[in-house]
Design a protein around this ligand. Structure first.
Ligand SMILES: NC(=O)c1ccc[n+]([C@@H]2O[C@H](COP(=O)([O-])OP(=O)(O)OC[C@H]3O[C@@H](n4cnc5c(N)ncnc54)[C@H](OP(=O)(O)O)[C@@H]3O)[C@@H](O)[C@H]2O)c1
Length: 231
């Protein structure tokens, strides 16, 4: 696995917590050139402390006007991107609510963060991948994309959109050498999980470092058939 990621240029949104941070730390350890993106300055400073070679960029992926400056900074400081992990995500209303009680503004924020932001960032970073004939986009989804869990409607609908968007993009791009996958990392011990399920039993949740490790192994093995559900 070490050789596969060595010197690859890899962008991770949501890189300051949970799965995104675990991916950033592991990839940094494996010798990749990592750019970590999140909104909070403190989280980015902490990531730089743990991964001193990593580039950190403060941006909100839900804001259209921040995506092209973000992509420009990535291109200028990291170079052409080999792998983009779209990990940053929004739960919609917290505490979670029935869909009929969900404000459209909360739904819209989930769609902007979970669907349109990843799509916009993918488009902004795609051209060099197509020119080179290689690249990988990994969109992080959820089992809420396929199971109709009550109160998870805004989040689940946004993740279903990500799944389908990933399938279509993969069909459209794979002949050009660029792959797009959506991945369900399973239930993990992270702030997002506890925001959604405050009384969750931590012992039943996976360490995000384990999910990151498994995902990276499957990608390195080119085992995309198993990547969709990594637990
Ligand atoms: N945890 C689970 O059990 C679970 C289960 C299934 C799927 N997932 C999926 O796995 C992924 C990671 O989840 P997690 O639980 O690891 O999340 P997490 O610990 O809550 O971390 C979320 C990360 O995203 C960043 N972020 C949030 N909104 C952002 C925005 N608009 N722009 C840029 N960065 C933003 C956060 O930093 P800032 O707040 O500083 O921006 C943080 O770094 C998500 O896609 C989630 O849907 C999680």
């Amino acid at each position: 696995m070490k050789n596969f990621y060595q010197d690859r240029n890899i962008v991770i949104t949501g890189a300051t917590s949970g799965l995104g941070r675990a991916l950033a730390l592991r990839l940094h350890h494996l010798g990749a050139h990592v750019a970590g993106v999140a909104r909070g300055a403190a989280g980015l400073a902490s990531l730089r402390h743990e991964a001193p070679r990593a580039l950190t960029i403060q941006a909100d992926v839900s804001r259209a006007e921040e995506i092209y400056p973000l992509a420009g900074e990535i291109q200028a400081k990291l170079g052409d991107v080999d792998i983009l992990f779209n990990v940053a995500s929004d739960l919609g209303p917290v505490p979670l609510r029935l869909l009929a009680d969900t404000e459209c503004e909360d739904f819209e924020r989930a769609l902007r963060t979970n669907v349109l932001g990843p799509h916009r960032l993918t488009r902004a970073l795609l051209a060099p991948m197509l020119l080179r004939g290689s690249g990988l986009v990994v969109n992080v989804s959820s089992d809420a994309a396929v199971n109709a869990y009550p109160r998870w409607g805004a989040y689940g609908a946004s993740k279903a959109a990500v799944d389908h968007l990933s399938r279509v993009l993969d069909e459209e791009l794979k002949e050009a050498g660029v792959r797009c996958l959506s991945v369900d990392p399973g239930d993990m011990r992270t702030p997002m999980h506890f925001a959604a399920v405050p009384d969750a039993d931590p012992a039943r949740l996976r360490d995000p470092a384990e999910s990151a490790e498994r995902l990276l192994e499957l990608i390195a093995r080119n085992d995309f058939s198993q990547v969709r559900r990594i637990l």
